[in-house]
Each structure stands twice: as C-alpha cells, then as structure tokens.
Design a protein around this ligand. Sequence first.
Ligand SMILES: NC(=O)c1ccc[n+]([C@@H]2O[C@H](COP(=O)([O-])OP(=O)(O)OC[C@H]3O[C@@H](n4cnc5c(N)ncnc54)[C@H](OP(=O)(O)O)[C@@H]3O)[C@@H](O)[C@H]2O)c1
Length: 331
Amino acid sequence: MYLPSASRYANPSLYRRSGRSGLKLPLISLGLWHNFGGVDAYENARAIVRRAFDLGITHFDLANNYGPPPGSAEENFGRMLRTDLASHRDELIVSTKAGYDMWAGPYGDFGSRKYLLASLDQSLLRLGLDYVDIFYHHRPDPDTPLEETMGALAHTVRSGKALYVALSNYNHVQTARAAKILRELGTPCLIHQPRYNMLDRWPEPELLPLLEQEGIGCIPFSPLAKGLLTNRYFNGIPADSRAGHDPRFLRPEHVTDVVLAKTRELDTIAKSRGQTLAQLALAWLLNQKAVTSTLIGASRPAQVEDCVGATRNLQFAADELAAIERILTAS
Ligand SMILES: NC(=O)c1ccc[n+]([C@@H]2O[C@H](COP(=O)([O-])OP(=O)(O)OC[C@H]3O[C@@H](n4cnc5c(N)ncnc54)[C@H](OP(=O)(O)O)[C@@H]3O)[C@@H](O)[C@H]2O)c1
C-alpha cells in the first residue's frame, strides 16, 4: 500500500499560476511519453510516478498515442490512478491530447470534431476517469477550419469531460487566432505546450511574448532536449539511454561533438552554481517570465529527484546569463 510523503506540499513556491488562469502547476511536471508504455517495466513507471508525487509533482501529462503501443501509457497511468493514487484525484492535474495518428481511417488523426471528441472518450476509458483536467489539441491541422477544432475543444469543457483546454505545437499566428476563438467561446486557452529548451529557442521571438500578452501559460516540452541537456552522454552513449535504445526521436547521431562541447561548457556553469546540468537547463527555462512549468521525462526515480532539485536555485546573476548566452549562440 502506497502512502504518499506527508511533506509533499511543504514548499508552496513549487507552484506557479498558469497565465491569468486560476490554476497553479508545479514548476516541474512529469510527462509519460517515454518509459510508461506497454513495452516498458510497469514497476519502474510506477516508482517514477510515486516519487514524483512524493516530491510535490501534481501534474502528469499524457496523450492518446503515448506508448508504445499507442494508448498504453494512458492505460498504465489509469492503473496507477485506480491503485496508488486512488484517493488523490483532486490533488492531480491530468492532461491528455489528440492530434496525431491514433486509429485507422479518416477519423483518427489531426483536428476534426469527429476525431477530437471520440479520442477524448477513448482516453477517459483508458484512464478510468470521468474528466481530464487539461485537453490539448496536439498539433495544428492545416485542413480543418480552426473554428471546428476550437469548437470541439470548447465542447469538451461544456460536456464536463475536460476542465481546461490547451494548444501544443501551434506557432504564434495560429495561437493568436485559436486563442481569440476560444475566448469568444468562453473557454480560454489555459496553456501552450511548445518544444523549448536551451538548444531550441524557436518560441522566444514571437510565441512567448504573445502568450504573456494573452495571459496563456507556457509549459515547454523536452526541456532537457530529450536528455542532451544532462550528463547522460558525457562518456559515450549508455545502452540504457534514450539515444542508446530507442531510435524513434533521439538517435546516436544527434549526440554530436558540437552539442557535447556546448553542454560541457554549460555543465561548468552548472557546477559553479552547485547544480547539475539538468538542473541548470530547467532553472534557465523557469527564469523566462512566460514559463509556468517545465515538462520533463524520466527513465528512473532518481532523475525526477534531480530535476526537482532545480527549484532550489532559480536565480541567475547577470554575468551567468551572459555566459550562458555566449555558449548558446556560439556557432
Ligand atoms: N506536445 C508534444 O508534441 C510533445 C512532444 C514531446 C514530448 N512532450 C511531452 O514532454 C514530456 C517530456 O519530453 P522528453 O521526455 O523529451 O523530455 P526531456 O526532459 O527533455 O528528456 C527526458 C529524458 O532526459 C533524461 N533525463 C531526465 N532527467 C535527467 C536527469 N536529471 N539526469 C540525467 N538524465 C535525465 C532521461 O533520458 P534517458 O531515458 O536516456 O535516461 C529522460 O528520459 C513528454 O513525456 C511529453 O509529456 C510533448
């Protein structure tokens, strides 16, 4: 029987309001994209989630297609919700998404009302929940009218199957249009989930200022660049690392000399701050005004502990920021 740590909420500054909403999210949130599927060891996945909850992480992020096989991360998390977390539903923010290929035929992908509403019903069944806290459109659909997609999101709130709606992978122009429609429908966009980390800063010039202006939160995914912004690859490519065993999105050839040179320099700055490289990468993101939370992945409980440790030092001196900037912008 799992009894969560009694001190899990000891640090109230671990939570930040999402944009101008009433919802607070933990500075570190846990995503279940990798390591929580049907092919993964359930007891390890369970240990990661328990450790996260013990450390005050209240937000767990899923999508219809997380696995493999697709859907199995929701099934596994549903099992945890029925067991370890059964008496803690109201302490949790569970998000899921639809937008990528999920089932065969013309109705299992992108952004039609038909797809989004059916997908959320399927996710709720797999999770064993009556509602999710946040329902995302996972990526923009170039062919479906935005009014239809946003109308479907708004319907999920009106039908009580989602509390808030959100966007992922939309650029600033798409986000501005979608946010206007959602506001008019009375279901404002809670948060945006872009890929954003020290090595990939595409949201900075236009998306982040827009989110601040619109009062929409921001939760960067892959804040550790899938593991590149950690000490994981300093001594080669470990067999149990993502680049070592899961070639879907991070391959050995992505661990380049250029990346390693930059991350070693960043590691020196991290050490001077008493942090690990992962902690520096997360603290740097959390230092951006628009950022509400960072959405990490983990393959073991110790990584979650390390990441949560980032919150012990979120302040940067001007010369530290300048040194980081020089490293990141050097060609
Ligand atoms: N909306 C979207 O389109 C989208 C796309 C991608 C991801 N996401 C969301 O974002 C979440 C996180 O993505 P991600 O897994 O790519 O994030 P990430 O945090 O950039 O990378 C996670 C990986 O970094 C390594 N790691 C984590 N903490 C570490 C530490 N303290 N020390 C050393 N290594 C550490 C682990 O790699 P090893 O496995 O090698 O140990 C872990 O699997 C996903 O689960 C998902 O919820 C959303």
